[in-house]
Write a protein that binds this ligand. Structure first.
Ligand SMILES: C[S@@+](CC[C@H](N)C(=O)[O-])C[C@H]1O[C@@H](n2cnc3c(N)ncnc32)[C@H](O)[C@@H]1O
Length: 371
């Protein structure tokens, strides 16, 4: 069916498939940094890492931060930004993951956790998906994502249905988000005969590091992912590579970076680089023009083990550097790299500078599947 003519409102809600199933302001930033540097005088619970300091709720800091990042438009992002090379490199890596997860699905349902301003909407268009639900804790970003979708829909670049909801995805079940429940959220409580959720793909790009503040948040996040996914569905994402962080820390660094990005641990770090217990290891991440907020280490093996508790088995894990090396000569991904101008068309060199690539190489992509 063709989409309605331009200017028409996009449809409001997805078809009910299974009825009944259910930039921080400078002064504020300075104050926040000062708060973060204060040592914790309270008795530490046994399982807290040594650098755990009292937070006023990382979700409030994060919401405030992202709500204050201005939307500067596509032209700025692709030509005027100081980190254009990094942006296109990251976007290409995300597209590779999206493409791998979308391969073989038809009219898929996609849940994007921490969708931000809708930056990945275009990447889903070639996958011919049916429904896209974007959730994000930052309400201003959600409004901007709605706007971006409406524009794409009216220009007929986006032909799928989409809904956007402001929601903290790590503090409670998503069963009571009507747009999620109507596509399918498993509320059986782990019944092995239950059908599972209704989503073919759950995506979490550059977001999960906020969930590793505590075990409870990380488990709530994984429970929401698992309950949303169909059996065989894919869980894809981009996270900081804990191997890179552990290497730096084991060599005695608590702070590193360049003119584009920096990582700074305000508290103690493990001298052997092994983050145990695996939650609450806070660092302050800065990315030029984009991020200035606390994040938490995601120790890779802990994530993998925890995911198994929620019937999520690892299919693929690859650092960003390797994704480029492995896939750049692939026919489809190579062409995509040209289209996205990851390389300079005149020189054939990557547009990302050495410093931008250092920032990119902090990350890795993954795909789990629901068993
Ligand atoms: C670096 S941005 C990534 C946005 C988008 N996924 C992308 O790749 O462009 C991180 C996003 O995570 C969102 N976020 C952080 N904590 C969240 C939570 N508890 N629930 C939902 N979204 C969250 C932030 O508001 C922000 O939009």
């Amino acid at each position: 069916m063709d989409p309605p003519p331009p200017q028409e409102e996009p449809p409001k809600s997805p078809p009910r498939k299974r009825p009944g199933r259910t930039s921080v302001l400078p002064a504020a930033k300075r104050k926040r940094d000062e708060e973060e540097e204060q040592p914790d005088s309270r008795p530490q619970k046994q399982k807290q890492p040594a650098n755990k300091v009292p937070d006023r709720g990382v979700e409030n800091i994060v919401r405030e931060h992202y709500n204050n990042v201005p939307e500067r438009g596509a032209k700025w992002r692709t030509t005027d930004s100081k980190i254009t090379g990094l942006r296109v490199y990251n976007n290409w890596c995300k597209s590779v993951l999206i493409n791998k997860a979308g391969h073989g699905t038809h009219r898929a349902n996609v849940l994007d956790i921490g969708c931000g301003k809708g930056g990945d909407l275009q990447k889903w268009a070639p996958q011919h998906i049916a429904n896209y639900i974007g959730l994000d804790i930052a309400d201003v970003s959600i409004q901007q994502a709605k706007e971006r979708y409406r524009e794409g829909f009216n220009k007929r670049k986006l032909r799928f249905h989409a809904d956007f909801i402001a929601r903290d995805c790590f503090s409670g079940t998503l069963a009571d988000v009507p747009q999620v429940a109507s596509i399918g959220y498993d509320t059986s409580g782990g019944d092995r005969w239950a059908q599972g959720g209704g989503f073919d793909v759950v995506s979490i790009m550059f977001v999960m590091h906020y969930a590793f503040e505590s075990e409870q948040k990380a488990r709530t996040m994984l429970q929401n992912v698992s309950n949303s996914l169909k059996k065989g569905g894919k869980f894809i994402g981009v996270i900081p590579n804990s191997d890179v962080i552990s290497d730096k820390v084991a060599k005695g660094s608590k702070e590193w970076g360049n003119s584009i990005y920096s990582v700074r641990f305000p508290g103690e770090v493990p001298s052997d680089g092994v983050f145990r217990p695996p939650f609450g290891w806070k660092y302050i991440y800065h990315l030029e023009e984009a991020v200035d907020a606390p994040e938490y280490v995601i120790p890779w093996e802990s994530l993998r083990g925890l995911a198994e508790d929620y019937n999520l088995e690892l299919e693929f894990r690859m650092p960003f550097k390797e994704i480029w090396e492995e896939e750049k000569d692939d026919r489809e991904f190579g062409m995509l790299a040209e289209k996205m101008r990851v390389k300079d068309p005149r020189t054939g060199e990557l547009r990302a500078s050495k410093e931008e690539l250092e920032a990119a190489y902090l990350y890795q992509g993954f795909i789990f599947y629901k068993v």
